[in-house]
Design a protein around this ligand. Structure first.
Ligand SMILES: [Mg+2]
Length: 311
């Protein structure tokens, strides 16, 4: 598990002293060639398979390509708002043949992380949807609303939806402060560290990670360096990648994503290959800038212009 990092910081790779060190430029290859070079494929969802308007071109064909060849693959997504069954149903409705066992969401890391902290039978606040809270209930935690009188033992920020925004955040901040004053700071977990999402053309929304940043800032202001920090579960955290790699049964995998600081940096952090899709939030200019900076951690192994070409 890694600590919450501002997105402006590269997660891995050493920018320091690397100016003279040449960073290898990514290979431009079609999806099929990238897939043939590795034993398993990890897909990001948003910006790779789907966007706000629905399925992206070639997404269904790319998944079918791997199914036809019996190749291991997973959809590795920071979306902690849906169970694997619901995530699969949504992709299937869009014509992308991803079954529940091919979903590896950051939400699925909530249960094991709470278990590791001994939270079975303990009170836990979960910000997110009903599915987000179910991940905590399934491991035996008692999901509660934030309360200053009886602070919970852990807080999970899973999703920005499913609760009443700033009122819940006020309660949560007050609860965490009360718990710290009583000498029992709660464990803080962040399932989805994404900060913003593209909602539709020209429109953006805050994502769960922004809420965690807001809380961390406020806690630090009020408590100083002793303030509790969030542990990140989802991409770019190594936990998410390592869990996915165990599930596909090989570390010879390639992560296909559209975001440098989560998909590409996270893959580099665990030493696997990555492919940047130019169908989401990142452009070739961003890649060129990372190469020029000598920031190898944010330079993908491959650049793929789009998934399988459709007629
Ligand atoms: Mg994405």
């Amino acid at each position: 598990m890694s600590e919450l990092l501002p997105t402006s910081l590269p997660l891995s790779g050493s920018a320091s002293g690397a100016a003279a060190e040449a960073v290898r430029r990514p290979l431009h290859l079609p999806f099929e060639d990238v897939a043939e070079r590795h034993e398993a494929v990890l897909f990001d969802a948003y910006g790779v398979l789907v966007d706000a308007s629905g399925a992206l071109p070639g997404a269904a064909e790319a998944v079918q390509y791997l199914l036809d060849r019996d190749r291991p693959f997973l959809v590795v997504t920071n979306d902690a708002s849906r169970s694997p069954a619901r995530a699969s149903a949504r992709l299937m409705r869009l014509g992308i043949p991803v079954s529940p066992e091919h979903v590896m969401s950051s939400g699925m890391l909530i249960g094991p992380a709470l278990s590791a902290l001994g939270m079975a039978g303990e009170s836990v606040v979960v910000l997110g949807t009903g599915d987000s809270a179910q991940y905590a209930r399934d491991m035996g935690a008692v999901v509660v609303a934030p309360s200053v009188q009886t602070p919970a033992r852990a807080v999970v920020i899973a999703d920005e939806g499913g609760f009443d925004g700033l009122d819940s955040m006020d309660e949560l901040l007050s609860m965490i402060l009360a718990a710290c004053e009583a000498g029992r700071p709660p464990h803080l977990l962040l399932a989805n560290p994404d900060l913003v999402y593209p909602a539709s053309a020209g429109r953006f929304g805050f994502t769960a990670g922004s809420l965690a940043h807001m809380l961390e800032r406020a806690l630090h202001l009020l408590l100083g360096d002793s303030a509790p920090r969030f542990t990140v579960l989802g991409k770019p955290a190594a936990l998410h990648f390592d869990t996915a790699l165990r599930r596909v049964g090989t570390r010879d995998a390639v992560m296909l994503g559209d975001t440098l600081h989560t998909d590409i940096a996270g893959a580099a952090g665990v030493g696997i290959a990555s492919a940047l899709l130019l169908t989401g939030v990142t452009t070739q200019a961003h890649v060129d800038a990372a190469v020029t900076r000598g920031d190898g951690g944010q330079v993908p192994t491959y650049v793929v212009r789009g998934l399988i070409k459709t007629a």
